[in-house]
Write a protein that binds this ligand. Structure first.
Ligand code: SF4
Ligand code: SF4
Length: 164
């Protein structure tokens, strides 16, 4: 366990890191669902929705099927990691009528978008993503603390999924 001194040092380092982050003052984002489902659709080509066994279990339960049936029907293995399958048009298999049919139990990757390291790392990558996601730049201010919490969730999710 960290003593008081090293804890305050860690907090000072974190504050310095935040002050230097381009999103230190927060960003604007509000998902436009259900009017938009671009990030779940195949309009950007093939993609992966990585997930771990606990997430598979939760979705299987939500769907009312057993774990083996669920994995046979909805999961593909890519190297040592697992992803949801896609429909022939590259839409996520759970995109139904323009919305997520498993919204309550959607994987971490879906919850943390667009606060992924590859997107939030620079103003340029954030602006580029805005061309695909109309929620970026919308009218809700997301403070730095929340951005970093989402980033941490995403990184933790990737470690658990075996894709980091
Ligand atoms: S692309 Fe952006 S606005 Fe559209 S559903 Fe995804 S997160 Fe929401
Ligand atoms: S699980 Fe739901 S939120 Fe995630 S990509 Fe598929 S439809 Fe979209």
């Amino acid at each position: 366990m960290a003593d008081g001194k090293s804890k305050s040092k860690a907090e000072a380092l974190l504050r310095a890191k935040r002050a230097g982050a381009w999103y230190a003052d927060g960003v604007n984002f509000r998902c436009q669902a259900p009017e938009c489902s671009a990030c779940c659709s195949g309009q950007r080509g093939e993609g992966y929705v990585w997930l771990n066994a606990d997430e598979m279990e939760a979705i299987a339960k939500f769907k009312g099927v057993d774990f083996d049936t669920f994995t046979r029907k909805y999961i593909r293995q890519i190297d040592y990691a697992f992803s949801l399958i896609e429909k022939p048009n590259k839409d996520c298999v759970f995109l139904e009528n323009g919305g997520c049919s498993i919204y309550e139990v959607r994987p971490t990757q879906c919850r943390t978008y667009p606060f992924w390291p590859s997107i939030i790392r620079a103003p340029e990558t954030w602006a580029r993503e805005a061309e695909q996601c109309p929620g970026i730049g919308a009218d809700t201010h997301v403070p730095c603390d929340e951005i970093e919490a989402q980033l941490e969730n995403e990184l933790d999710g990737r470690r658990r999924n075996g894709v980091e």
